[in-house]
Design a protein around this ligand. Structure first.
Ligand code: AR6
Length: 506
């Protein structure tokens, strides 16, 4: 049939080939030298969804310089200038924004300028202000949304751990990220946190890269800006909706409303004796068993020496990741001991009196969780590290069946690993609360810790304190520990001052 609009070799739109018809098999997700995958491919290929890949920050010209890098510094203060890690300033600002139910554009501007002081008189926020005033969806839409974006931005160190390579001219490479990771990276762009990305001109470090911080979207009101901002804000509204966190089953510690768990504290007794029948915590090394085959002789090594079957776990257990633990069921205690470290002595055979379960396993369950090793004690007063420890404890404590025993623990991470006993006790209380299990806490002859923990627990129970409230309090506590490097008062005292009922009467 002759076409009316003249001869044509074109085909119909429906005859164009589209992606679903191509059906190219991708195979398993995998990384390579030229393909960086920011989600954990092992977990992903098991069908468990996109979890962030572990990794470490790299401050280098081949990688994105991350706002949370310990190498990113800034000067603060007028009279006495101090050099601070920039993320400390950023996270302080964002976390106070995230605690608000509504935040104004002024609040947002003040926060952004705190860690971008050079741009105080250059950056304008008038487009954002006009949009907020127009209140496009009604009901204080933007002021309610800003705190949520701040909360999402704060999760960057947890969601994007592996260094993101720069895609450089002349090099073929690819990067795979999850939608949650992208949302978090963009929340940081929204808050203008990326370092070294504001300067322009031929001498600027990133002169051959596009801009990323959102400043230029916020100023110079026009009807185009209005429509663009509406679309962008809608995106943030969607990605900050609560049910959007699909890529990890770890709690969001800022929104856990569990109350304090059941607690027993004793200064005498040990995890292995008085904690019989409970889930017993091994104060582990990430290399399971630690120095058991060398000269180490503290809690984990002693545990492995008196229960030597535990040593076989070293045959097949890879170094533990940050969100992993090892649970061993059924090991037998063969020896008794006394002492600790240099005073350790073998005290003869142990008579095992435990029953066996249906699979004939002795009813002993041990969970190995490795705390962080702090070379400097001050390193632990930092919410990246606090959150890491919360996640680690939680993954050890989290039960897998409906009816699990309580947990026997103590000064986890506070001997060889140099942790603060009070901080670690509070972290373990929070993790146990979230895991809905009770704690038996053995302070190993530390009478004042016993009393302090008892009183603190009592206060937290009577005040009906939630995990999220404690998490925010830890943020404030960490902030007081930074700067001068000196420790201002202990955590129990800080809790007492902040939570005691008399305070609310004042
Ligand atoms: N029951 C209760 N509390 C105990 C017991 C016990 N049986 N034994 C010790 N404590 P540490 P870390 C208390 O230093 O700091 C190993 O090499 C006592 O107050 O063993 O987590 C591992 O392989 C002690 O000071 O644990 C790791 O590499 C505190 O618990 C590294 O040490 C901490 O015991 C872990 O070091």
């Amino acid at each position: 049939k002759k076409r009316e609009d003249g001869p044509s070799s074109c085909c119909l739109l429906k005859d164009m080939k589209r992606i679903p018809q191509c059906d190219n098999k991708l195979g398993r997700l995998d990384f390579s030298k030229t393909h960086t995958v920011l989600v954990d491919v092992g977990v992903f290929n098991c069908g468990a969804g996109p979890m962030p890949q572990d990794g470490r920050d790299v401050w280098h010209s081949d990688f994105v310089k991350m706002p949370y890098s310990q190498s990113s510094h800034m000067k603060t203060g007028f009279m006495t200038q101090t050099n601070k890690v920039r993320w400390e300033v950023i996270s302080k600002q964002l976390s106070s924004l995230s605690k608000k139910t509504t935040a104004s554009v002024n609040n947002l501007e003040e926060a952004i300028i705190k860690y971008n002081p050079k741009y105080k008189d250059q950056w304008s926020f008038d487009a954002l202000s006009s949009l907020a005033k127009a209140d496009p969806k009604g009901d204080n839409y933007l002021p309610k949304l800003f705190p949520k974006i701040a909360e999402l931005a704060l999760r960057l160190p947890e969601l994007v751990k592996k260094a993101v390579p720069l895609l450089k001219r002349g090099h073929t490479a690819s990067i795979t990220l999850s939608q949650t990771q992208i949302a978090c990276l963009l929340a940081n762009a929204f808050f203008c946190t990326y370092p070294h990305r504001n300067a322009s001109g031929p001498k600027a470090e990133y002169h051959s890269y596009p801009s990323i911080n959102f400043t230029s979207l916020f100023g110079h009101w026009s009807s185009r800006k209005k429509q663009k901002l509406r679309a962008i804000m809608h995106y943030f509204q969607e990605v900050t909706a609560k049910d959007n966190r699909t890529d990890t089953d770890l709690p969001n510690w800022r929104s856990c409303n569990k109350k304090m768990p059941k607690l027993h504290v004793a200064s005498h007794g040990t995890i292995e004796n008085e904690g019989k029948g409970m889930l017993q915590v091994d104060f582990a090394s990430s290399w399971i068993g630690g120095g058991v085959l060398g000269s180490g002789l503290v809690q984990e090594e002693i545990l492995f020496i008196i229960n030597p079957e535990l040593i076989v776990s070293r045959l097949f257990t890879e170094k533990l990741g940050d969100k992993e633990c090892l649970i061993v069921t059924g090991s037998q205690q063969f020896s008794n001991y006394c002492g600790f470290g240099d005073t350790f002595q073998w005290m003869g055979p142990h008579e095992e009196r435990l029953n066996r379960d249906e699979w004939a396993r002795l009813q002993r369950q041990i969970v190995a969780i490795d705390a962080l090793h702090f070379k400097q004690r001050s390193e632990q007063y930092n919410m990246i590290n606090v959150t890491r420890e919360l996640n680690k404890a939680y993954c050890g404590f989290k039960g897998h069946r409906p009816n699990e025993p309580d947990i026997a623990t103590g000064n986890w991470g506070c001997g060889a690993f140099n942790g603060d006993k009070q901080l670690k006790a509070v972290i373990q209380l929070m993790a146990a609360a979230q895991a809905k299990r009770g704690l038996a806490f053995f302070t190993f002859e530390d009478e004042s810790l016993k009393q302090g923990l008892q009183q603190t627990h009592h206060l937290l129970v009577t005040e009906r304190t939630t995990v999220e409230k404690l998490y925010r309090l830890l943020e404030d506590y960490c902030a007081t520990q930074q700067g001068s490097g000196s420790v201002h008062g202990d955590l129990f005292e800080f809790i007492r001052i902040n939570f005691s009922p008399s305070r609310s009467l004042l």
